[in-house]
Design a binder for this molecule. Structure first.
Ligand code: ADP
Length: 476
């Protein structure tokens, strides 16, 4: 592209420059020719007038004019020798005197022509030198005589050729300067395109951080700016895909690990019961363990099913009253709380609404309450409350259990992450609960924030955006 532009522009400039030089040299030639023509005309006039005077003087002295014409002409020819010009005289259509070696041999078209007093000019590409001829017949009584002035144009033509050569040499130098300038100019113009091309090649090779420097505010700067935006988007999307692939791989690794441990244990215990003569008490413990592991696997299957359901993007939305959400949660969680002897309180000071899927919201709330109960000791309190904020509804689950250390706090939403693995496993935990909660929270454009102190307890707050009904409810 750059080469093509360079050559096209150079050729156009070459054509333009040479045409200009040609026009200028033709104008110069015409001017010089006009000056020489004027000179020849005036010389012809002066010599013709003087010659007529001489011829008249000869006639008065009754000498033969025709015979003495050569003698008369020699004086004028000598005068013209220095200039290189010549003279010729005709009588009754015949050349009777020629002084110049430049005398044209061919027919000039105005060969002596009696009666005509008109002067004529012919410029010839004559050999050995170019000439300009002025011819005119004398007035009566000398109308049989005519004088031709032969102007030597060699000096003028060679001076013109010299000027023309200088012009073409200057043109060639200008051409060279122009080529250098054009090359530099195109380098500057094409530099951003080269950078874009290099950056695209890098991105195509997987180097997604590649960017182009943006200079100025012209169209090319705008292209570079948009290219950088596009590269940024590509980089972000690729990073997201990588993260998603990494998370997926991590999920599969964790899942197979989580599956292998209980299955190995179940198989080991079952084999032990089958082979050894195990006392009744030990057999009971083994079957108890097998049942609790099966229970955990069942939980895991249930949670995985929840994850699969959440991936299904068509979520049925409705405006859910928090009161009915709490009522449904109470039905399930009160039984669990009673089993663990935990005091579970629900507080709802006013009628509040959350826009979303009631089933998913219930899973979210119950998971958080379940975690709070798992972290609490027998006899401790777990409080569930909801209140309104300017931005929307806040649901809070508070416990006074073991709490979470700051390091673990940043990981608890990851799938299969558990702060205390043994404790969680013993409680039937799968490590999937909070990961599911986070997915539900994101689907509802909400936010889940943990505040925890080890040994003091944990408070989880869910920030939901304002539901439309709640807005009208508050304003009415
Ligand atoms: P699990 O099935 O083990 O409960 P979760 O994903 O629900 O899995 O929770 C991840 C981990 O976060 C739990 O194993 C637990 O260690 C910790 N955790 C969650 N909620 C609380 C809480 N309220 N108090 C203390 N630790 C908690």
């Amino acid at each position: 592209m750059k080469k093509r532009t360079f050559f096209v522009m150079l050729i156009l400039f070459l054509i333009f420059l040479n045409s200009m030089i040609l026009v200028v040299s033709i104008v110069i030639l015409k001017d010089k020719l006009a000056a020489d023509r004027d000179r020849c005309l005036s010389e012809h006039y002066v010599i013709a007038t003087s010659l007529i005077g001489d011829m008249q003087a000869l006639k008065q002295r009754e000498s033969e004019v025709q015979e003495n014409i050569s003698k008369l002409m020699r004086v004028y020819s000598r005068y013209l020798q220095g200039k290189g010009d010549g003279l010729a005289v005709s009588y009754c259509g015949e050349w009777i005197y020629e002084s110049s070696p430049l005398m044209p041999t061919e027919n000039l078209g105005f060969a002596p022509d009696t009666g005509s007093r008109q002067e004529r000019i012919v410029c010839l590409e004559n050999e050995p030198a170019p000439i300009l001829c002025v011819y005119g017949n004398f007035p009566a009584p000398w109308q049989d005589y005519g004088l031709m002035y032969i102007g030597n144009l060699e000096g003028m033509v060679s001076s013109w050729r010299h000027t023309k050569n200088i012009l073409f040499l200057t043109g060639a130098a200008a051409m060279f300067v122009m080529a250098l300038f054009l090359f530099q100019f195109l380098n500057i113009i094409f530099r951003p395109l080269r950078q874009i091309s290099r950056a695209s090649a890098k991105i195509a090779n997987g180097n997604y951080e590649s960017r182009i420097p943006v200079r100025g505010k012209d169209e090319i700067a705008s292209v570079a700016h948009h290219f950088n935006l596009m590269a940024g988007q590509v980089e972000t999307q690729i990073q997201k895909l990588r993260d998603a692939a990494r998370q997926k791989q991590q999920f599969i690794d964790n899942f197979s690990h989580e599956l292998r441990i209980p299955l190995t244990a179940i198989y080991g215990y079952a084999e032990y019961i089958q082979k050894a003569s195990v006392p009744e008490e030990e057999r009971y413990e083994c079957t108890q363990f097998i049942m609790s592991e099966c229970n955990r696997l069942q939980n895991m299957a249930y949670q995985l099913l929840n994850i699969a359901l959440l991936r299904n993007e068509d979520m049925e939305e409705e405006t859910c009253p928090v009161s009915s959400l709490f009522a449904q949660s109470k039905k399930v969680m009160n039984v669990k709380a009673a089993e663990k002897n935990i005091k579970l309180f629900y507080t709802l000071p006013q009628n509040l609404f959350i826009r979303g899927n009631a089933q998913q919201l219930l899973i979210l709330l119950n998971n958080l309450i379940d975690n709070a109960m798992k972290a609490s000791q027998t006899g401790e309190e777990v409080r569930v409350s909801a209140y309104s904020r300017k931005s929307g509804t806040v649901v809070e689950v508070e416990d006074h259990g073991i709490g979470i250390d700051p390091d673990s706090l940043s990981h608890i939403k990851e799938a299969f992450y558990r702060v205390d693995k043994a404790r969680s496993r013993a409680a039937g935990g799968t490590g999937l609960g909070l990961s599911i909660c986070e997915s539900i929270v994101q689907l509802h454009h909400a936010e889940m924030i943990f505040a925890s102190e080890p040994g003091e307890g944990t408070t989880v707050r869910l920030y939901f955006p304002k539901a439309v009904e709640e807005e009208s409810f508050t304003s009415s």
